[in-house]
Write a protein of this length. Structure first.
Length: 171
């Protein structure tokens, strides 16, 4: 699949089938995460692949009981590793590391589209509850939860702002 097609085909899916994801597909998703660009090549990101139903339920409780976290066979807890971003001080920890994670998530989401999977980027959750549920160390901070699975819905494309509203050309 061409990248331009995957970009336009990607949707935020909130209803998932319970069908498991094969190990081969999990490996491709993992590769997509690690091949994303990284500020200063610090690679200040860490990902937890949660298949365990009990832990997924704890994540759902941390995120206001959002159903996709209960239903999807996989939830990826996407984290910054603030210790590895120390080289760039506060900006490294609070911005560069988050950008690293965001680039990885987008890579993985586009790979998921190519593989026939659906995803949802979620940011509304209680960090402390997520840290406890997954057993994160002090310097690892969750910034996104991404349920991954086979879609049980086919949402329409949301409206997008016109290019002229968000892109300014400076010649």
């Amino acid at each position: 699949m061409e990248v331009s097609i995957a970009i336009k085909k990607r949707r935020s899916v909130r209803k998932f089938q319970t069908k498991p994801i094969s190990p081969e597909i999990i490996e491709k998703l993992s590769d997509a995460l690690i091949w994303a660009p990284s500020a200063g090549n610090l690679q200040s990101r860490k990902f937890y692949f949660v298949f365990n139903e009990g832990v997924r339920k704890k994540l759902a409780l941390a995120a206001n009981r959002q159903q996709p976290l209960w239903d999807a066979p996989l939830v990826i807890v996407c984290c910054v590793n603030e210790k590895s971003a120390d080289k760039y001080g506060e900006r490294g920890k609070k911005l560069f590391a988050v950008c690293d994670v965001a680039a990885s998530i987008e890579n993985m989401m586009l790979q998921a589209v190519e593989l026939g999977l659906a995803t949802l980027w979620m940011g509304a959750f209680d960090e402390g509850v997520v840290k406890e549920a997954v057993g994160l160390s002090e310097n690892v901070r969750p910034v996104a939860l991404v349920p991954v699975g086979y879609a049980a819905e086919d949402p329409d494309s949301p409206a997008h702002l016109a290019k002229e509203e968000i892109i300014t050309r400076i010649n």
